[in-house]
Design a protein around this ligand. Sequence first.
Ligand SMILES: [Zn+2]
Length: 304
Amino acid sequence: MTRLTRRAALAGAAALPLVAAATQTRAAAPMMGAGSAPYNRFTLGDLEVTTILAGSRAVPDPQTIFGMNVSAEEFKGAADAAHLPIDQAQFFFTPTVVNTGSELVLFDTGLSAANTTAALAAAGYTPDMVDIVVITHMHGDHIGGLMHDGAPTYPNARYVTGSAEYNFWGEAGNDTFEAQMRPLAEQTTFIEGGTDVVSGITSMDAFGHTPGHMGYLLDSGGKQLLVGADFTNHYVWSLAYPDWEVKFDMDKEKAAETRRSVLNMLASEKMPMIGYHMPWPGVGYVDTRGDGFHYVPQSYQLML
Ligand SMILES: [Zn+2]
């Protein structure tokens, strides 16, 4: 049996000078940097579901965000086991668009209007096409794109959000809320868990990350999917270790309890989820693994 070593592979590459010589007269192609399309569309029954990449960036020192109540050794062990570095993590910001055939529904609006509308444009949508904007919760990376230059970014939209969430931020004295959400109050419908936004889209309480954070269950043609927003925020550190304290969870105990119960539901139902901060394109399945869970990115299941 031949063992392919790194040395043998390099020696093989060195044995190709004729190929290199033959291409020398051609101009070098420019280096383009990493890239992919900022949208990902699939169907779920009669619904068209599109995830939109409204932003992505590297963030230093992830343990200060995701492993606040564990030792540095435990955090490093978990990172090593998942082939992840500990000095930085890549963050993703992923609104979702659902076309029911009669309404275009946008879930969350990104950090700013410009990035989200650019990604929407790549997916074929203009802001005036959006009929309903659903806000899962009122952190700045979800409501930051509601308004633009003092006007609504989505001029024909009405808004839907949880009443508990709105009431909390309404009394919090939060600048982003006051600039982005409060101006739209008159066009907003306030709901509780278990409410149909439109046929096939139902709210689900997932409190803890924020006081009124909600996910949304899509149901069409016998297929279900959870638009989960921020009930779980890292594909390894929040799933494998659901009790690790997360900086952005406002009620850490309640957030951990919600995380376990929603992840259990997804695993037992074999239901796919969209996570706002899961690795792009943000769609995956959940398995139980030991005392925690394991994220399985969608491959082709939703193409079929
Ligand atoms: Zn978020």
